[in-house]
Design a protein around this ligand. Structure first.
Ligand code: BTN
Length: 327
């Protein structure tokens, strides 16, 4: 069967190509071309099919390319032991967690065009249509025990925002622990999962980043249950090429992982404070079936959320806590 990538390489938004022409080029029947086009449409790619003219893409799609990412982020890529660029995977996090069970690479990168079972925090799913967004996971080995990695997600959140700011995007903020927001709407999120840990280290962690770039408008209202935004809507050209975006993200993230190893969250606290959406705000924290309210007071040196209520400041670890910012 023709892969989505192969067919996409032959289609363009600029001109129609007939089924016969495509079939000849791929060495398959016209019926097979028809089937592959339907598969692309099922993946969420809008292909105009006009009798007598053929097929045309509604919008141009830039496919992920490791060569391009490598060319734009040579420093970061050279520090990663193995890299994967997949058309489809259940979850880039799960893929690297599985690899970590059987392989011993100190670091790996996985990006994918589509996730069939993308994971969000707290058991939620992450909507991951084909060719639309960034789905990126990095497996990294830290010579620290798990107890010292609690704030890693906050550090990576900071570096993600710094990378986006380099692309000229303003109005970004971080909602503790791992959400990236733009003007009150969610642009992306991080999911960190432990792959393997010795009591005193080393610890292997998978850092997963999902960033909305160009979400197909058709199917999202029913699937995403909170206000969201993508880079296309924010309208900065710099963030529109996913290869370029991934390169900028990696050039920021890989050195930051090394900095975290050496200095912990201390190296990121001042940037966190600049971007913290919860500080000074009225908060509502859900802990299982309990709800606590108070005033956001930043984070402690383990990355725990500080909340003041009744004159007392308590610290909350991310775990299963869910945070709402009250108006
Ligand atoms: C959240 O905000 O709930 C976290 C979302 C994390 C999504 C990313 S996409 C790449 C990586 N693979 C996954 O399955 N999840 C993370």
């Amino acid at each position: 069967m023709t892969t989505p990538r192969t067919l996409l390489a032959l289609l363009s938004s600029r001109r129609f190509r007939s089924g016969t022409e495509i079939a000849a080029e791929l060495g398959v029947s016209r019926a097979a071309v028809c089937k592959s086009v339907r598969r692309l449409q099922e993946l969420g790619v809008t292909v105009d099919a006009v009798p007598g003219r053929g097929y045309r893409l509604r919008n141009e799609i830039e496919l992920l390319s490791l060569d391009e990412i490598r060319a734009r982020a040579p420093g970061a890529i050279s520090r990663i032991a193995e890299v994967f660029c997949l058309d489809e995977v259940d979850s880039t996090n799960h893929f690297l967690l599985q690899r970590a069970r059987y392989e011993n690479a100190a670091s790996s990168l996985c990006v994918a065009e589509r996730q069939t079972a993308g994971r969000g925090r707290r058991g939620r799913s992450w909507h991951s249509p084909f060719g639309a967004n960034v789905y990126l996971s990095v497996l990294w080995t830290f010579n620290r025990p798990a107890s010292e990695l609690g704030a890693l997600g906050l550090a990576v959140g900071v570096t993600t925002v710094l990378a986006l700011e380099k692309l000229g995007i303003e109005g970004l903020g971080l909602k503790w622990p791992n959400d990236i927001y733009w003007n009150g709407r969610k642009l992306g999120g991080l999911l960190l999962e432990l792959a393997a840990c010795e009591a005193l280290g080393p610890c292997r962690v998978v850092v997963g980043l999902g960033l909305n770039v160009n979400m197909p408008r058709s199917d999202t209202t029913s699937v995403i249950d909170q206000p969201w935004v993508d880079l296309a809507a924010i309208g900065k050209e710099g963030g529109r090429s996913r290869n370029h975006l991934i390169a900028v993200l990696l050039e920021q993230m890989i050195p930051a992982l090394e900095t975290f190893e050496a200095k912990g969250i201390a190296a990121f606290v001042s940037e966190w404070q600049r971007l913290d959406l919860a500080a000074g705000r009225n908060l509502e924290l859900r802990l299982g079936d309990r709800t606590c309210r108070g005033l956001g007071r930043g984070i402690d040196d383990e990355g725990r959320l500080l909340m003041e209520s009744d004159g007392r400041v308590d610290a909350f670890a991310a775990g299963e806590v869910s945070l709402r910012l009250s108006p």
